[in-house]
Ligand binder design. Structure first.
Ligand code: GDP
Ligand code: IMO
Ligand code: MG
Length: 424
């Protein structure tokens, strides 16, 4: 497996980090290629739980070197806080973490503006308020500041001065907010500059060389397909191409170097933040999923909205992403439900829809057409072979495979490292 890309197939929090952790044991590199500290990636190692927001989950393993690639938006404060925390907890990160010089920086005004626009918006998105949208907006409107710019002190100071002045005007005149102190912003960033210096690389070059040497590279997606800025439920999305569509630009690799795409989906569905969610179940079954599945945001602590597996959305994600394989996580959480539902189509104003629609209104009004499956009982946490899963759980997985038309090779039955069942 020279290159494998692990991406979310729903609205994020599918359990991507656990899969990256499992595959990462043998990888030479683990690479984050999009998103920023909006991500919350959980790796459970025995008694220890690591929650990573910006750094690749591969750091928790000993072997891989890790790259924060050019498509990631980097908040220096989060970057070093997370690195220090890992070191404090005994993870040796020295010589194993690199950051691409072309990655854009999340600056204090990005965080402020994210919060202010959310608070004032007539239709809030429910962002994580980490400055993601404003930072990506600056990147595509040529106002961003990259790590490479920070490394060139004179150029950096000129650029920053202009940007802070422009944002202060916006903060004051439009939002009536306190302006930032330009000298303070500059000094804080210049202090990070020293720490970044030994970690900065030309990310695309590093990856090209690694791939030429035949090293195994694992790409760790953040967020999920339905949050992708182009493919997702716009405007209720994130600022990046949070699907495999973002891989080439975000990592700086050509398409022919992507060998395998692994889509990760929960056995049910969750969404945190606003936006349409056709299979959301606000009733007791949704509450079962939230409480047993511990469905509370890793980054913001918000309760996640819960509902049923949506095969319409998954088929769309699979066809656009070309999943070679689907991982189904959290199968154990369905245990105890009398009936399990899967949306196979939607009804909208008397019309049957089988292709995931773009229009927010259609998605919001769509009524799922459910296929019902009898539930299963018992604790699946100790199951390690596919044959030992309850027959009804296997039937459920077989139906998902048929509906999405992608093979399911791995199933999650608990949060621990070894709680994965492989279907050979
Ligand atoms: P990510 O953002 O896709 O990496 O996922 P998160 O870390 O935000 O959320 C997934 C949560 O589910 C984490 O707390 C994981 O430890 C947990 N988890 C992952 N796979 C399983 C599983 O198969 N069963 C159970 N019960 N928990 C899981
Ligand atoms: P991981 O990698 C779930 C959601 C936010 C909001 C929208 C835009 O852990 O799966 P943003 O702050 O990105 O501008 O918010 O995207 N969102 C996520 N939801 N998992 C994530 O990451 C998310 N990252 C962002 O809740 O709806
Ligand atoms: Mg998460």
């Amino acid at each position: 497996m020279p290159t494998v890309c692990v991406v979310g197939a729903q609205w994020g929090d599918e359990g991507k980090a656990g899969i990256v952790d499992a595959l990462g044991a043998a990888a030479d590199w683990v690479v984050r290629f999009q998103g920023g500290p909006n991500a919350g990636h959980t790796v459970v190692v025995g008694e220890d739980t690591f929650k990573l927001h910006l750094l690749p989950s591969g750091l928790v393993r000993e072997r891989p070197r890790c790259l924060v690639a050019q498509g990631v938006v980097v908040d220096p404060e989060v970057f070093f806080r997370e690195l220090d925390e890992l070191e404090r907890r005994g993870v040796d990160t020295k010589g194993r973490i690199f950051v691409a010089d072309r990655a854009h920086l999340i600056l204090p005004y990005h965080r402020l503006l994210d919060g202010l626009t959310e608070t004032r918006a007539s239709v809030p998105i429910g962002t994580t308020r980490k400055g993601i949208g404003p930072c990506y907006a600056d990147k595509v409107s040529y106002r961003g500041i990259r790590i490479a710019d920070l490394m060139d002190r004179e150029w950096f100071e000129t650029r920053l001065e202009g940007e802070v002045a422009a944002r202060n005007e916006l903060l004051r005149k439009v939002y009536g907010a306190e302006p930032l102190d330009p000298a303070e912003v500059r000094d804080v960033l210049l202090a990070y500059r020293e720490r970044f210096a030994p970690l900065v690389v030309d990310g695309a070059e590093v990856l090209a060389e690694a791939l030429d040497r035949g090293e195994e590279v694992l790409f760790e997606g953040a967020q999920g397909f339905l949050l992708d800025v182009d493919a997702g439920t716009y405007p209720f999305v994130t600022g990046s191409n949070a699907s495999v569509l973002g891989l080439c630009a975000g990592a700086g690799i050509p398409p022919r170097r992507v060998d395998r795409v692994v889509g990760v989906a929960k056995a049910y569905c969750t969404r945190v933040g606003g936006g349409p969610f056709p299979t959301e179940d606000p009733g007791p079954d949704g509450e079962h999923l939230r409480s047993f599945g511990k469905e509370y945001g890793t980054t913001t602590g918000r309760p996640r909205r819960c509902g049923w597996f949506d095969a319409v959305a998954l088929r769309y994600a699979a066809s656009v992403s070309g999943f070679d394989e689907l991982v189904i996580t959290k199968l154990d959480i369905l245990s105890g439900l009398p009936v399990i539902r899967v949306a196979t189509a939607y009804e909208h104003r008397g019309r049957r829809i089988t292709r995931f629609p773009a229009a927010v209104r259609v998605l919001s009004e769509a009524v799922p057409v459910y296929r019902e499956f009898p539930g299963f009982e018992g604790d699946l946490g100790g199951v390690r072979s596919f044959e030992d899963l309850p027959p009804r759980a296997r039937e459920y997985l077989a139906a998902l495979e048929d509906l999405v038309e992608v093979p399911i090779r791995t199933v999650g039955v608990g949060p621990e490292r070894d709680q994965l069942v492989r279907k050979e």
